[in-house]
Design a protein around this ligand. Structure first.
Ligand code: HMG
Length: 463
Protein backbone atom coordinates (compact mmCIF):
# COMPACT_ATOMS: atom_id res chain seq x y z
CA UNK A 1 0.00 0.00 0.00
CA UNK A 2 1.10 3.57 -0.74
CA UNK A 3 2.71 5.52 2.10
CA UNK A 4 0.46 8.51 2.76
CA UNK A 5 0.48 11.03 5.58
CA UNK A 6 1.54 14.51 6.68
CA UNK A 7 4.31 16.10 4.64
CA UNK A 8 4.40 19.51 6.32
CA UNK A 9 2.51 21.61 8.87
CA UNK A 10 2.09 25.39 9.07
CA UNK A 11 0.53 27.26 11.93
CA UNK A 12 -1.18 30.58 12.54
CA UNK A 13 -1.70 31.86 16.08
CA UNK A 14 -3.30 35.28 16.69
CA UNK A 15 -0.95 37.99 18.00
CA UNK A 16 -2.79 38.59 21.29
CA UNK A 17 -2.78 36.57 24.48
CA UNK A 18 -4.15 36.61 27.99
CA UNK A 19 -1.66 35.72 30.70
CA UNK A 20 -2.84 33.31 33.40
CA UNK A 21 -1.63 35.54 36.23
CA UNK A 22 -3.68 38.53 35.01
CA UNK A 23 -6.68 36.30 34.46
CA UNK A 24 -6.39 34.58 37.86
CA UNK A 25 -6.16 37.93 39.63
CA UNK A 26 -9.24 39.27 37.83
CA UNK A 27 -11.29 36.15 38.62
CA UNK A 28 -9.94 35.74 42.18
CA UNK A 29 -8.47 32.33 41.37
CA UNK A 30 -5.28 30.77 42.66
CA UNK A 31 -2.85 31.09 39.70
CA UNK A 32 -1.39 27.71 40.74
CA UNK A 33 -4.68 26.08 39.73
CA UNK A 34 -4.22 27.35 36.17
CA UNK A 35 -0.47 26.79 35.94
CA UNK A 36 -0.22 23.41 37.68
CA UNK A 37 -3.81 22.15 37.95
CA UNK A 38 -4.61 22.72 34.28
CA UNK A 39 -1.25 23.52 32.66
CA UNK A 40 -2.49 26.86 31.29
CA UNK A 41 -0.03 29.77 31.10
CA UNK A 42 -1.20 31.84 28.14
CA UNK A 43 -4.36 31.76 26.06
CA UNK A 44 -4.27 33.04 22.46
CA UNK A 45 -7.09 35.50 21.75
CA UNK A 46 -8.30 36.72 18.35
CA UNK A 47 -8.27 40.43 17.51
CA UNK A 48 -11.45 42.22 16.37
CA UNK A 49 -10.44 41.87 12.69
CA UNK A 50 -9.91 38.10 12.91
CA UNK A 51 -12.09 35.03 12.64
CA UNK A 52 -11.46 31.29 12.08
CA UNK A 53 -11.64 31.73 8.29
CA UNK A 54 -8.83 34.29 8.04
CA UNK A 55 -6.69 32.33 10.52
CA UNK A 56 -7.24 29.25 8.32
CA UNK A 57 -6.27 31.18 5.16
CA UNK A 58 -3.14 32.51 6.89
CA UNK A 59 -2.02 29.02 7.92
CA UNK A 60 -2.76 27.71 4.43
CA UNK A 61 -0.90 30.51 2.65
CA UNK A 62 2.14 29.87 4.86
CA UNK A 63 2.03 26.18 3.92
CA UNK A 64 1.79 26.93 0.19
CA UNK A 65 4.58 29.54 0.27
CA UNK A 66 6.91 27.50 2.47
CA UNK A 67 6.67 24.53 0.10
CA UNK A 68 6.61 26.56 -3.09
CA UNK A 69 3.32 24.93 -4.07
CA UNK A 70 1.17 26.05 -6.99
CA UNK A 71 -2.63 25.80 -6.87
CA UNK A 72 -2.37 23.05 -9.53
CA UNK A 73 -0.40 20.89 -7.03
CA UNK A 74 -3.45 20.75 -4.74
CA UNK A 75 -6.63 18.74 -5.41
CA UNK A 76 -8.56 19.20 -2.18
CA UNK A 77 -8.83 21.78 0.58
CA UNK A 78 -10.75 20.50 3.60
CA UNK A 79 -11.44 22.66 6.61
CA UNK A 80 -12.38 21.21 9.98
CA UNK A 81 -13.86 23.61 12.51
CA UNK A 82 -16.51 23.90 15.20
CA UNK A 83 -16.45 27.71 15.03
CA UNK A 84 -18.60 27.97 11.91
CA UNK A 85 -19.37 31.46 10.64
CA UNK A 86 -22.24 30.40 8.39
CA UNK A 87 -24.86 27.64 8.70
CA UNK A 88 -24.56 26.73 5.03
CA UNK A 89 -21.58 28.25 3.25
CA UNK A 90 -18.48 26.17 4.00
CA UNK A 91 -15.49 27.88 5.59
CA UNK A 92 -13.07 26.51 3.01
CA UNK A 93 -14.87 28.59 0.35
CA UNK A 94 -13.89 31.78 2.22
CA UNK A 95 -10.32 30.46 2.40
CA UNK A 96 -10.25 29.81 -1.34
CA UNK A 97 -11.58 33.35 -1.90
CA UNK A 98 -8.73 34.75 0.17
CA UNK A 99 -6.07 32.56 -1.46
CA UNK A 100 -7.30 33.62 -4.91
CA UNK A 101 -6.57 37.25 -3.97
CA UNK A 102 -2.93 36.11 -4.10
CA UNK A 103 -2.93 33.32 -6.71
CA UNK A 104 -5.53 34.77 -9.11
CA UNK A 105 -9.25 34.47 -9.59
CA UNK A 106 -10.28 30.84 -10.26
CA UNK A 107 -6.81 29.45 -9.51
CA UNK A 108 -8.25 26.88 -7.04
CA UNK A 109 -11.46 26.19 -9.00
CA UNK A 110 -10.34 22.62 -9.82
CA UNK A 111 -10.19 21.77 -6.07
CA UNK A 112 -12.78 19.92 -4.04
CA UNK A 113 -13.41 20.12 -0.33
CA UNK A 114 -15.90 20.66 2.45
CA UNK A 115 -16.15 22.08 5.95
CA UNK A 116 -16.17 19.21 8.45
CA UNK A 117 -17.80 19.33 11.87
CA UNK A 118 -17.62 17.03 14.89
CA UNK A 119 -16.31 19.22 17.70
CA UNK A 120 -12.56 18.70 18.14
CA UNK A 121 -12.32 15.35 16.32
CA UNK A 122 -13.35 16.44 12.82
CA UNK A 123 -9.79 17.35 11.75
CA UNK A 124 -8.84 13.71 12.27
CA UNK A 125 -11.76 12.51 10.14
CA UNK A 126 -10.69 15.01 7.45
CA UNK A 127 -7.11 13.71 7.50
CA UNK A 128 -8.29 10.09 7.42
CA UNK A 129 -10.61 10.72 4.46
CA UNK A 130 -7.97 12.59 2.49
CA UNK A 131 -5.33 9.97 3.25
CA UNK A 132 -7.70 7.36 1.81
CA UNK A 133 -8.47 9.58 -1.21
CA UNK A 134 -4.77 9.43 -2.05
CA UNK A 135 -4.39 5.73 -1.17
CA UNK A 136 -7.30 5.00 -3.53
CA UNK A 137 -5.46 6.92 -6.30
CA UNK A 138 -8.42 9.24 -6.81
CA UNK A 139 -6.12 12.22 -6.41
CA UNK A 140 -4.82 12.72 -9.96
CA UNK A 141 -1.28 13.11 -8.58
CA UNK A 142 -2.33 16.02 -6.42
CA UNK A 143 -1.94 16.59 -2.70
CA UNK A 144 -4.65 17.53 -0.21
CA UNK A 145 -4.58 20.28 2.37
CA UNK A 146 -6.42 19.78 5.65
CA UNK A 147 -6.88 22.94 7.69
CA UNK A 148 -8.05 22.95 11.30
CA UNK A 149 -9.10 26.33 12.66
CA UNK A 150 -11.03 27.37 15.74
CA UNK A 151 -11.68 29.97 18.37
CA UNK A 152 -12.25 28.30 21.75
CA UNK A 153 -14.43 30.87 23.48
CA UNK A 154 -16.39 30.14 26.67
CA UNK A 155 -18.90 32.09 28.68
CA UNK A 156 -17.31 34.77 30.80
CA UNK A 157 -17.03 33.71 34.43
CA UNK A 158 -17.52 30.01 33.61
CA UNK A 159 -14.97 27.31 34.46
CA UNK A 160 -14.40 26.88 30.72
CA UNK A 161 -13.08 30.45 30.49
CA UNK A 162 -9.62 29.36 31.65
CA UNK A 163 -9.37 26.82 28.84
CA UNK A 164 -9.76 29.24 25.91
CA UNK A 165 -7.42 29.63 22.93
CA UNK A 166 -7.39 30.22 19.18
CA UNK A 167 -5.41 29.31 16.09
CA UNK A 168 -5.15 27.32 12.90
CA UNK A 169 -2.91 24.67 11.34
CA UNK A 170 -2.67 23.66 7.70
CA UNK A 171 -1.36 20.19 6.91
CA UNK A 172 -0.15 18.92 3.57
CA UNK A 173 -1.34 15.35 3.00
CA UNK A 174 0.52 13.49 0.27
CA UNK A 175 2.21 10.35 -0.91
CA UNK A 176 5.68 9.62 0.49
CA UNK A 177 5.32 12.33 3.12
CA UNK A 178 8.37 13.79 4.84
CA UNK A 179 6.89 13.82 8.37
CA UNK A 180 4.69 10.78 8.99
CA UNK A 181 2.93 7.94 7.11
CA UNK A 182 -0.28 6.68 8.67
CA UNK A 183 -0.61 2.97 9.44
CA UNK A 184 -3.34 1.48 7.22
CA UNK A 185 -6.31 -0.55 8.48
CA UNK A 186 -5.93 0.20 12.19
CA UNK A 187 -7.72 3.56 12.52
CA UNK A 188 -10.43 3.03 15.13
CA UNK A 189 -13.45 5.15 15.92
CA UNK A 190 -16.20 5.15 18.52
CA UNK A 191 -19.26 7.37 18.63
CA UNK A 192 -22.08 8.02 21.10
CA UNK A 193 -24.80 10.62 21.58
CA UNK A 194 -23.48 12.80 24.45
CA UNK A 195 -24.23 16.29 25.77
CA UNK A 196 -20.86 16.96 27.40
CA UNK A 197 -20.26 20.10 25.33
CA UNK A 198 -22.47 21.58 22.61
CA UNK A 199 -23.27 24.93 21.03
CA UNK A 200 -26.88 25.29 19.83
CA UNK A 201 -27.52 27.54 16.80
CA UNK A 202 -26.91 31.26 17.35
CA UNK A 203 -25.01 30.77 20.61
CA UNK A 204 -21.49 32.19 20.60
CA UNK A 205 -20.29 30.05 23.49
CA UNK A 206 -20.88 26.36 24.21
CA UNK A 207 -22.93 24.81 26.99
CA UNK A 208 -20.45 22.72 28.92
CA UNK A 209 -20.69 20.06 31.56
CA UNK A 210 -17.02 20.30 32.54
CA UNK A 211 -16.33 17.31 34.82
CA UNK A 212 -18.69 15.16 32.75
CA UNK A 213 -16.75 16.13 29.60
CA UNK A 214 -13.44 15.10 31.20
CA UNK A 215 -14.76 11.61 31.96
CA UNK A 216 -16.55 11.30 28.61
CA UNK A 217 -13.22 12.10 26.90
CA UNK A 218 -11.33 9.45 28.91
CA UNK A 219 -13.95 6.73 28.39
CA UNK A 220 -14.37 7.35 24.65
CA UNK A 221 -10.62 7.47 24.02
CA UNK A 222 -10.12 4.25 25.99
CA UNK A 223 -12.82 2.52 23.94
CA UNK A 224 -11.24 3.65 20.66
CA UNK A 225 -7.85 2.54 22.01
CA UNK A 226 -9.22 -0.97 22.74
CA UNK A 227 -10.47 -1.17 19.17
CA UNK A 228 -7.08 0.04 17.89
CA UNK A 229 -5.40 -2.68 19.95
CA UNK A 230 -7.63 -5.36 18.46
CA UNK A 231 -6.95 -4.17 14.91
CA UNK A 232 -3.21 -3.67 15.35
CA UNK A 233 -2.77 -7.15 16.88
CA UNK A 234 -5.06 -8.93 14.39
CA UNK A 235 -3.40 -7.22 11.42
CA UNK A 236 0.07 -8.05 12.76
CA UNK A 237 1.10 -4.37 12.83
CA UNK A 238 2.07 -4.86 16.46
CA UNK A 239 3.34 -8.16 17.87
CA UNK A 240 3.33 -8.46 21.63
CA UNK A 241 6.19 -10.08 23.51
CA UNK A 242 5.67 -11.75 26.89
CA UNK A 243 4.07 -9.45 29.47
CA UNK A 244 3.82 -6.53 27.03
CA UNK A 245 0.97 -4.23 26.02
CA UNK A 246 0.29 -2.28 22.83
CA UNK A 247 1.40 1.04 24.38
CA UNK A 248 4.86 -0.51 24.88
CA UNK A 249 5.09 -0.44 21.07
CA UNK A 250 4.04 3.21 20.70
CA UNK A 251 7.07 5.51 20.95
CA UNK A 252 5.34 8.90 21.03
CA UNK A 253 1.77 9.82 21.89
CA UNK A 254 -0.30 12.81 20.80
CA UNK A 255 -3.69 13.31 22.44
CA UNK A 256 -6.39 15.97 22.18
CA UNK A 257 -5.37 18.79 24.51
CA UNK A 258 -8.22 21.03 25.70
CA UNK A 259 -5.63 22.03 28.33
CA UNK A 260 -2.17 20.57 28.87
CA UNK A 261 -2.99 18.67 32.08
CA UNK A 262 -5.72 16.71 30.28
CA UNK A 263 -2.95 15.06 28.26
CA UNK A 264 -1.21 13.92 31.45
CA UNK A 265 -4.50 12.61 32.84
CA UNK A 266 -5.38 10.81 29.59
CA UNK A 267 -1.99 9.08 29.50
CA UNK A 268 -2.44 7.94 33.13
CA UNK A 269 -5.93 6.60 32.36
CA UNK A 270 -4.72 4.63 29.32
CA UNK A 271 -1.67 3.25 31.11
CA UNK A 272 -3.72 2.10 34.09
CA UNK A 273 -6.00 0.27 31.71
CA UNK A 274 -3.09 -1.29 29.80
CA UNK A 275 -0.90 -2.21 32.75
CA UNK A 276 -3.53 -3.51 35.19
CA UNK A 277 -3.14 -7.10 34.02
CA UNK A 278 0.63 -7.12 33.55
CA UNK A 279 3.19 -8.27 36.11
CA UNK A 280 4.64 -4.70 36.49
CA UNK A 281 1.35 -3.65 38.15
CA UNK A 282 2.24 -5.46 41.40
CA UNK A 283 5.34 -3.32 41.86
CA UNK A 284 3.41 -0.16 40.94
CA UNK A 285 0.67 -0.93 43.48
CA UNK A 286 3.26 -1.46 46.20
CA UNK A 287 4.81 1.94 45.36
CA UNK A 288 1.40 3.63 45.36
CA UNK A 289 0.57 2.07 48.73
CA UNK A 290 -3.14 1.55 48.07
CA UNK A 291 -5.28 -0.73 45.93
CA UNK A 292 -6.83 0.63 42.76
CA UNK A 293 -10.34 1.75 43.81
CA UNK A 294 -13.41 0.18 42.25
CA UNK A 295 -16.74 1.94 41.92
CA UNK A 296 -19.64 0.31 43.78
CA UNK A 297 -22.04 1.89 41.30
CA UNK A 298 -23.98 -0.64 39.20
CA UNK A 299 -25.35 1.72 36.57
CA UNK A 300 -21.98 2.45 35.03
CA UNK A 301 -23.09 5.78 33.52
CA UNK A 302 -20.86 8.85 33.56
CA UNK A 303 -23.34 10.60 35.91
CA UNK A 304 -23.47 7.70 38.35
CA UNK A 305 -19.68 7.37 38.44
CA UNK A 306 -19.32 11.11 39.10
CA UNK A 307 -21.97 10.89 41.84
CA UNK A 308 -20.01 8.13 43.61
CA UNK A 309 -17.95 10.74 45.46
CA UNK A 310 -16.19 8.20 47.68
CA UNK A 311 -14.90 6.38 44.60
CA UNK A 312 -14.06 9.62 42.78
CA UNK A 313 -11.99 10.94 45.72
CA UNK A 314 -10.14 7.64 46.17
CA UNK A 315 -9.53 7.38 42.45
CA UNK A 316 -8.15 10.93 42.32
CA UNK A 317 -5.75 10.07 45.12
CA UNK A 318 -4.75 6.80 43.44
CA UNK A 319 -4.18 8.59 40.12
CA UNK A 320 -2.08 11.29 41.78
CA UNK A 321 0.14 8.65 43.37
CA UNK A 322 0.29 6.65 40.12
CA UNK A 323 1.51 9.77 38.30
CA UNK A 324 4.33 10.06 40.84
CA UNK A 325 5.68 6.54 40.14
CA UNK A 326 8.86 6.27 38.07
CA UNK A 327 6.91 3.96 35.72
CA UNK A 328 4.42 6.70 34.80
CA UNK A 329 7.04 9.47 34.77
CA UNK A 330 9.21 7.53 32.32
CA UNK A 331 6.31 7.08 29.91
CA UNK A 332 5.29 10.73 30.29
CA UNK A 333 8.76 12.14 29.61
CA UNK A 334 9.51 9.78 26.70
CA UNK A 335 6.12 9.83 25.00
CA UNK A 336 4.06 12.91 25.79
CA UNK A 337 5.75 15.79 27.65
CA UNK A 338 7.01 17.74 24.60
CA UNK A 339 3.54 17.83 23.09
CA UNK A 340 2.26 19.92 26.02
CA UNK A 341 4.62 22.88 25.46
CA UNK A 342 2.57 24.53 22.71
CA UNK A 343 -0.73 23.89 24.48
CA UNK A 344 0.37 25.67 27.64
CA UNK A 345 1.18 28.90 25.74
CA UNK A 346 -1.68 28.86 23.21
CA UNK A 347 -4.62 27.14 24.93
CA UNK A 348 -7.36 25.04 23.40
CA UNK A 349 -7.44 25.09 19.60
CA UNK A 350 -10.34 22.60 19.48
CA UNK A 351 -9.77 20.83 16.09
CA UNK A 352 -6.14 21.97 16.04
CA UNK A 353 -5.12 20.96 19.57
CA UNK A 354 -4.10 17.39 18.78
CA UNK A 355 -2.04 18.48 15.77
CA UNK A 356 -0.43 21.44 17.55
CA UNK A 357 0.58 18.91 20.22
CA UNK A 358 2.07 16.60 17.59
CA UNK A 359 3.92 19.50 15.97
CA UNK A 360 5.22 20.62 19.38
CA UNK A 361 6.39 17.07 20.09
CA UNK A 362 8.30 16.88 16.80
CA UNK A 363 10.12 20.16 17.39
CA UNK A 364 11.03 19.65 21.03
CA UNK A 365 11.96 15.96 20.77
CA UNK A 366 14.21 16.87 17.82
CA UNK A 367 15.77 19.66 19.89
CA UNK A 368 16.57 17.09 22.60
CA UNK A 369 18.70 15.34 19.98
CA UNK A 370 16.44 12.28 19.77
CA UNK A 371 16.41 10.41 16.46
CA UNK A 372 12.75 10.27 15.48
CA UNK A 373 13.01 8.29 12.22
CA UNK A 374 10.97 5.10 12.33
CA UNK A 375 9.25 5.91 15.64
CA UNK A 376 5.58 4.97 15.87
CA UNK A 377 3.28 7.79 17.00
CA UNK A 378 -0.11 6.97 18.51
CA UNK A 379 -2.81 9.63 18.08
CA UNK A 380 -5.88 9.91 20.31
CA UNK A 381 -8.42 12.38 18.98
CA UNK A 382 -11.58 13.34 20.88
CA UNK A 383 -14.56 15.48 19.95
CA UNK A 384 -17.37 16.23 22.34
CA UNK A 385 -20.80 15.10 21.39
CA UNK A 386 -18.99 12.53 21.25
CA UNK A 387 -16.55 10.60 19.09
CA UNK A 388 -12.98 9.42 19.53
CA UNK A 389 -10.51 8.24 16.93
CA UNK A 390 -7.28 6.38 17.67
CA UNK A 391 -4.75 5.80 14.90
CA UNK A 392 -1.00 5.65 14.39
CA UNK A 393 1.78 6.41 11.98
CA UNK A 394 5.52 6.03 11.52
CA UNK A 395 7.88 9.00 11.31
CA UNK A 396 9.62 9.17 7.94
CA UNK A 397 13.38 9.02 7.39
CA UNK A 398 13.20 12.50 5.80
CA UNK A 399 11.54 14.16 8.82
CA UNK A 400 14.61 16.28 9.63
CA UNK A 401 14.21 18.28 6.41
CA UNK A 402 10.98 19.70 7.83
CA UNK A 403 11.45 19.45 11.58
CA UNK A 404 14.89 21.06 11.83
CA UNK A 405 13.44 24.43 10.77
CA UNK A 406 10.42 24.29 13.08
CA UNK A 407 10.49 27.09 15.60
CA UNK A 408 7.32 27.59 17.58
CA UNK A 409 8.29 30.97 18.99
CA UNK A 410 9.17 32.39 15.56
CA UNK A 411 6.12 30.85 13.91
CA UNK A 412 3.79 32.28 16.54
CA UNK A 413 5.56 35.64 16.09
CA UNK A 414 5.57 38.66 18.35
CA UNK A 415 2.53 38.70 20.62
CA UNK A 416 0.92 41.40 22.73
CA UNK A 417 -0.16 40.66 26.33
CA UNK A 418 -3.73 41.91 26.71
CA UNK A 419 -4.99 43.73 29.75
CA UNK A 420 -8.04 42.03 31.24
CA UNK A 421 -10.10 45.07 30.20
CA UNK A 422 -8.99 44.71 26.56
CA UNK A 423 -9.77 40.99 26.72
CA UNK A 424 -13.28 41.68 28.08
CA UNK A 425 -13.94 44.15 25.23
CA UNK A 426 -12.84 41.60 22.63
CA UNK A 427 -14.81 38.79 24.29
CA UNK A 428 -17.99 40.86 24.32
CA UNK A 429 -17.46 42.02 20.69
CA UNK A 430 -17.41 45.64 21.85
CA UNK A 431 -14.43 46.45 19.65
CA UNK A 432 -15.26 47.04 15.99
CA UNK A 433 -13.58 45.28 13.07
CA UNK A 434 -11.90 48.49 11.92
CA UNK A 435 -10.41 49.14 15.37
CA UNK A 436 -8.15 46.11 15.94
CA UNK A 437 -5.69 46.17 18.82
CA UNK A 438 -2.82 45.39 16.46
CA UNK A 439 -2.51 46.39 12.82
CA UNK A 440 -1.55 43.32 10.79
CA UNK A 441 0.94 42.96 7.97
CA UNK A 442 1.38 40.21 5.40
CA UNK A 443 -1.73 38.36 6.44
CA UNK A 444 -5.45 38.11 5.76
CA UNK A 445 -7.82 40.12 7.93
CA UNK A 446 -11.56 40.55 8.12
CA UNK A 447 -12.66 44.03 7.04
CA UNK A 448 -16.45 43.87 6.90
CA UNK A 449 -19.42 41.71 7.91
CA UNK A 450 -22.88 42.41 6.52
CA UNK A 451 -23.80 45.95 5.53
CA UNK A 452 -25.93 46.14 2.41
CA UNK A 453 -25.46 42.39 1.83
CA UNK A 454 -26.57 40.39 4.89
CA UNK A 455 -24.01 37.90 6.16
CA UNK A 456 -21.46 38.85 3.50
CA UNK A 457 -17.88 38.73 4.84
CA UNK A 458 -15.02 40.64 3.23
CA UNK A 459 -11.36 39.93 3.75
CA UNK A 460 -8.19 41.53 2.41
CA UNK A 461 -4.52 40.65 2.44
CA UNK A 462 -3.04 43.40 4.54
CA UNK A 463 0.43 44.40 3.30
P1 HMG B 1 -12.68 23.11 37.24
O1 HMG B 1 -13.79 22.16 37.50
O2 HMG B 1 -12.81 24.47 37.78
O3 HMG B 1 -11.32 22.50 37.73
O4 HMG B 1 -12.43 23.26 35.70
P2 HMG B 1 -11.01 21.38 38.84
O5 HMG B 1 -11.60 21.82 40.13
O6 HMG B 1 -11.32 20.02 38.31
O7 HMG B 1 -9.44 21.57 38.93
C1 HMG B 1 -8.63 21.26 37.83
C2 HMG B 1 -7.32 20.70 38.35
O8 HMG B 1 -6.66 21.73 39.09
C3 HMG B 1 -7.49 19.53 39.32
O9 HMG B 1 -6.40 18.66 39.09
C4 HMG B 1 -7.35 20.18 40.68
O10 HMG B 1 -6.90 19.28 41.68
C5 HMG B 1 -6.30 21.23 40.37
P3 HMG B 1 -6.63 17.11 38.60
O11 HMG B 1 -7.71 16.54 39.44
O12 HMG B 1 -7.02 17.18 37.14
O13 HMG B 1 -5.31 16.48 38.79
N1 HMG B 1 -6.30 22.38 41.31
C6 HMG B 1 -5.19 22.98 41.74
N2 HMG B 1 -3.87 22.73 41.49
C7 HMG B 1 -2.96 23.54 42.08
N3 HMG B 1 -3.31 24.58 42.89
C8 HMG B 1 -4.60 24.84 43.18
C9 HMG B 1 -5.61 24.03 42.59
N4 HMG B 1 -6.96 24.02 42.61
C10 HMG B 1 -7.37 23.00 41.84
N5 HMG B 1 -4.92 25.85 43.97
C11 HMG B 1 -12.68 22.03 33.63
C12 HMG B 1 -11.83 22.26 34.88
C13 HMG B 1 -11.82 21.29 32.62
C14 HMG B 1 -13.89 21.20 34.01
C15 HMG B 1 -13.13 23.40 33.06
O14 HMG B 1 -12.05 24.21 32.77
C16 HMG B 1 -13.99 23.27 31.81
O15 HMG B 1 -15.20 23.07 31.89
N6 HMG B 1 -13.36 23.39 30.58
C17 HMG B 1 -14.09 23.27 29.32
C18 HMG B 1 -14.40 21.82 28.99
C19 HMG B 1 -13.15 21.00 28.78
O16 HMG B 1 -12.10 21.50 28.45
N7 HMG B 1 -13.28 19.68 28.93
C20 HMG B 1 -12.18 18.78 28.66
C21 HMG B 1 -12.63 17.42 28.15
S1 HMG B 1 -13.81 17.53 26.80
C22 HMG B 1 -12.83 18.02 25.47
O17 HMG B 1 -11.65 17.97 25.54
C23 HMG B 1 -13.55 18.51 24.26
C24 HMG B 1 -13.43 20.02 24.05
O18 HMG B 1 -12.13 20.34 23.61
C25 HMG B 1 -14.47 20.48 23.03
C26 HMG B 1 -14.61 19.75 21.72
O19 HMG B 1 -14.46 18.57 21.57
O20 HMG B 1 -15.03 20.47 20.82
C27 HMG B 1 -13.68 20.81 25.30
Amino acid sequence: MKKVGIDDISIYVPPLYLDYKDFAEARHLDPAKLEHGLGVKQMAITDSDQDPACMAANACLRLLEKNDLKPSDIGRIYLATESSIDESKAMNSYVIGMLEQIYGDGSFSHCGGIECKFACVSGSYAIYDNTNWIRAMENDNKAAIVIVSDVAKYEMGSSGEYTQGAGALAMLIKEDPRIISFDPKVTSTVIRNEYDFYRPFARKTPIVNGQYSNLAYLIQVKKAMMEYERKSLESGLIKLGKDECVLDHIDLIAVHLPYAKMGKNALAYLLRHEWRNLSRWKEIISLIGMDEPKTTDNLGTIESILEDTEFMNKDKEFNKRFMETPHYKREFVNKLESSLIASSIIGNLYTGSLYMGFRSELEYEYKKGRDLAGLRVGFASYGSGASAMVFSGVISDEYKEVVKIMNLENEIGKRRRLSVEEYVHLHKDWRSIDEPIISKHNEFVLIKVGGSREGFREYIYSN
